[in-house]
Ligand binder design. Structure first.
Ligand code: NAD
Length: 290
């Protein structure tokens, strides 16, 4: 099997949400391998800061401002990338947002925004890039960011969890469709566990839940993310190796990823009720006071 450097080091990659967190980790790692990386983010200053820093270190990175919820803007980005660089070897559909709150308290516009970024955004990029990647006729990979939350259910973040289950289902279906046409393009499902990022902070800022249980859960997740989340570049290194290896299931943390899949299979196979959330909150209360 080719190493990540052999597979992607001389090509072009594009990372949506490349201006922070996991996406930034992918940008920095891929650039360190030698790839030219398009840093696509809705936040222009984040994209520029990451691209500037990569270039200052001798890497190749180009900022691109895009909102992945805008299908026409994603089309323009694909047109631009193929006109400029001729091909795309790795597309990482990473842009994603969180939200806190009981489902019945989530405002309709926040529900739509989460679905629009996390689900429609991946679809828009697939629709704009995959035909071009197939036509380019060379091996390429699409990596879609689901989550261990894509095989779990958790209260107080229902829109996010629904979106990540949807991305996983979309990715599995796409995998089958690409096989049917013998495409040179592979697709994989990326299920990170906890990687240091600003996802919970941004969510609480953009759409504060304002109820104590949601705040408690997000506070705990934010603390855990900062305290024990993986370094994004290290996580990206591990995940890029798996992508280069042609794996469908890609994890930041192999053990936790595999545990999540096993727990889901067991729950479905035994037809058990969803886990009692009171147990989870007791564990969180113990963890936070520890
Ligand atoms: N951090 C984790 O532990 C973790 C775990 C599982 C899955 N994930 C998934 O990884 C992906 C990245 O998450 P993160 O934690 O690094 O988040 P982050 O908030 O640190 O970074 C996300 C980036 O996406 C950008 N973005 C947001 N909306 C966008 C849009 N409409 N168009 C383009 N860019 C947009 C943001 O500006 C930001 O730079 C998400 O899909 C998330 O669901 C993260």
């Amino acid at each position: 099997m080719a190493s990540a450097a052999e597979r992607f080091g001389s090509g072009t990659a594009l990372v949506t949400g490349g201006g922070a967190g996991i996406g930034e980790g992918f940008v920095r790692h891929l650039a360190a391998l030698g790839a030219r990386v398009v840093v696509a983010d809705v936040d222009r200053s984040r994209a520029e800061a990451v691209a500037d820093d990569v270039r200052a270190g001798g890497g190749r990175a180009v900022p691109y401002e895009v909102d992945v919820t805008d299908d026409a803007a994603v089309d323009r980005m694909a047109e631009h990338v193929f006109a400029e660089f001729g091909a795309l070897d790795l597309l990482i559909n990473n842009a994603g947002i969180e939200t806190a709150g009981r489902l019945w308290d989530v405002p309709a516009d926040r529900w739509r925004r989460v679905m629009s970024v996390n689900v429609d955004g991946v679809y828009h990029c697939v629709r704009s890039f995959v035909p071009r990647m197939i036509d380019a006729g060379r091996p390429a990979v699409v990596a879609n960011l689901s989550s261990v939350g894509g095989v779990r259910t958790v209260p107080f973040q229902t829109p996010y969890i629904v979106s990540k289950h949807a991305v996983l289902a979309m990715t599995e279906c796409l995998h089958q469709e690409l096989r049917l046409v013998d495409a040179p393009v592979d697709v994989c499902a990326v299920l990170p566990h906890s990687v240091r990022s600003r996802i919970f902070l941004d969510a609480q800022e953009a759409a504060p839940a304002g109820d104590p249980d949601s705040d408690r859960l997000f506070g705990w997740m934010q603390d855990a993310n900062v305290a024990s989340g993986l370094d994004p570049v290290e996580a990206a290194r591990h995940m890029t190796d798996q992508i280069a290896d042609g794996r469908f299931w890609v994890f930041s943390d192999d053990e936790r990823g595999a545990d999540a899949l096993r727990a889901r299979a067991d729950h479905l196979g035994r037809q058990t009720d969803p886990p009692d959330p009171r147990d989870m909150f007791e564990v969180l209360a113990t963890d936070r006071s520890a």
